[in-house]
Design a protein around this ligand. Sequence first.
Ligand code: BGC
Length: 764
Amino acid sequence: MKKIMLLSATVLALAGCKGDPQLGKDSVDKVLKAMTLEEKVHFVIGTGMAGFGGESAVVGATKNIVPGAAGTTYPIERLGIPSIVLADGPAGLRIDPTREGDENTYYCTHFPIGTLLASTWNQELVESVGKAMGEEVHEYGADVYLAPALNIHRHPLNGRNFEYYSEDPVVAGKTAAAYVRGVQSNDVGTSIKHFAYNNQETNRTGNNAVISPRAQREIYLKGFEITVKESDPWTVMSSYNKINGTYTSQSRDLITTVLRDEWGFKGLVMTDWFGGDNGAEQIAAGNDMLQPGTDLQYQQIMDAIKDGSLSEDELNICVRRCLELVARSPKAKGYAYSNKPDLKAHAAVTRQSALEGMVLLENNGVLPLKDVKNVAVFGCTSFDFIAGGTGSGNVNRAYTVSLLDGLKNAGFNVDESNKEATLKHIADEDAAFKASLTDQLSAFYPTPRPSELVPSAAELAASARANDVAIITFGRNSGEFFDRTSADFSLSAKEKELLAKVTAAFHAKGKKVVVVLNVGGVIETASWKSVPDAILLAWQAGQEGGNSVTDILTGAKSPSGKLPMTFPVNLMDHASSANFPIDSDTGVYFTNRREDVGQKDVDVTKYEEGIYVGYRWFDKQNLPVSYPFGYGLSYTTFEYSAPAVANDGKTVTAKVTVKNTGSVAGKEAVQLYVSAPAGTLDKPVKELKAYGKTKELAPGESQELTLTFPTSELASFDEEASAWKVDAGTYTFQFGASSRDVRCTATAEAAASETPANRVLLMK
Ligand code: BGC
């Protein structure tokens, strides 16, 4: 409240002064010089946020610019500084869909989750999705889109993996860069997040990630480095956690030395919402903007300036970057947004992009469906499709197409005999769950998936007689604030029973069963994957999900998605399982509730596995996996030939020809892995360095793909020397259909090189 009054008082007192420089007309320098200390400190923090009680709007004079946006910047009318609007992402713009006293609606398109986009292995397509998202940002009056999110999938149970891309930094970085280019082509900004090491939700605002400099640089920072260098995002959002003892938002090593000095980032850094614990240290670190802004931060900065621990010059550096951001925003340019983005066109974008990221895991001759008219659907999720995850990554969409509706839209006769009972069961369990929640954070709890209903043997036999095929959907939801549990990773007893009984009934009649996984992250598959006839990993495919799945099932498109992470046999096979807060005593618990539950030590997460994350670990240990990184089936087959690699010392250029040797059209994602010669540093068996996707190849058609990357990317980080080192010798380049399906190889020589880096971000 105090804050709102302060804001209005300042605006009133200063509005209307003659001769003040104006942002946009006068230089940033001039405007900066004209600002009072108080204005500067207000300006680097946001305009505050109301309590959690359902009111998601920004408080103060800027509250209603775009209702439901995550934050706004502090306006200074006398200097012509408008308030700009920051709104989530990443699966689409998150704003309120309706407004008081306004008949219009403000729904946004719910696009596929980040993990699905990464599974397309198609940077051009991701860019086109970004372009559509950015149009909604622009036309709904927001200025900076708080997306994309690209933290590494260090462990399958991280609750926000669905927003993130991959266990591999090249996939994460390339996907994010394409996304940023697409969004920013609309003259709006992005905020790549969460910089960095935000790999768990458990105690996320207090957790200290203890990570070796090598693992930081090669795994956790690399994706951000690629994104900064290849797409020039307007802003970066620092994360909640600490790195080796320091909050990332207060780490000058991270935000200034690495991000700006080493990578050349020129934009603005903002905190995650309420992140860190010291506003003055954030400013000193080069974290330019504090969101959503608190009175405490105002005081901390003022006190530090008064006692000399922070200089006004240091503050000015951040103020200047805030001014530069505001100056380039649509708001400052007076863009007359329409509030009418092309939602119809974007529905088509989400439908098309979703089907390209779905991964066919198994196919025993059942797909694409042939001679099928009557379809039986099972599993609650078939009727209640999950468009995306919860928390700030949710989108207020107008509708979600369920699998049931998708199949009906395509003209199938869908057996709806269990529809009503299932919908009632879902609603009952949902209501019971909501009634069980009492605390003020209830709005954030993801509703657990309903327990499965298993029809009787007689019902199943009748269904198998009447229908040509059965489809079972298993769903998983997750979201911000909570890590997943090991129970969520496995199929429940009811799910297993449903799978076994439906399969037995349909197989008894010589009919097939397809499982659709409507999930946001990795689940256990090894124990049951041979039971059904096909498994389609649909991910959470946005609001058109049911239509996209149907397009794959019917063969309107051949699947071409591939896994951006490993599906392990057992959860504990991941090296990171030794240091991940799996199954806290309460199952799920909220930020900073550690003391309440007498939790084992979750304040520190030691990344003892170092660089051995995902396939790097499984390959090193030669461990069996359920599905390897990069895996995905198609309705056609591809042959790789004529591999060639050249290294001119600056760029590695790899070529391979891909031919469609099957009988239907399809696209193929080709992965380029490198194995280094034995040298001074321990090296992974192989590492992904580049990838590309063919166009849709007709049967018999070929395409030569050219994949390139900078020679310097052959380096590993030598901690002793604090330098990126390329060892001299012969490098083997492997063209893979997956990380465990290498189709051909070529070699090239590289000379030794060493590029020094700052000795920072050390473990204490
Ligand atoms: C999330 C961010 C999000 C911000 C604003 C935070 O809780 O971690 O990803 O952008 O809220 O909604």
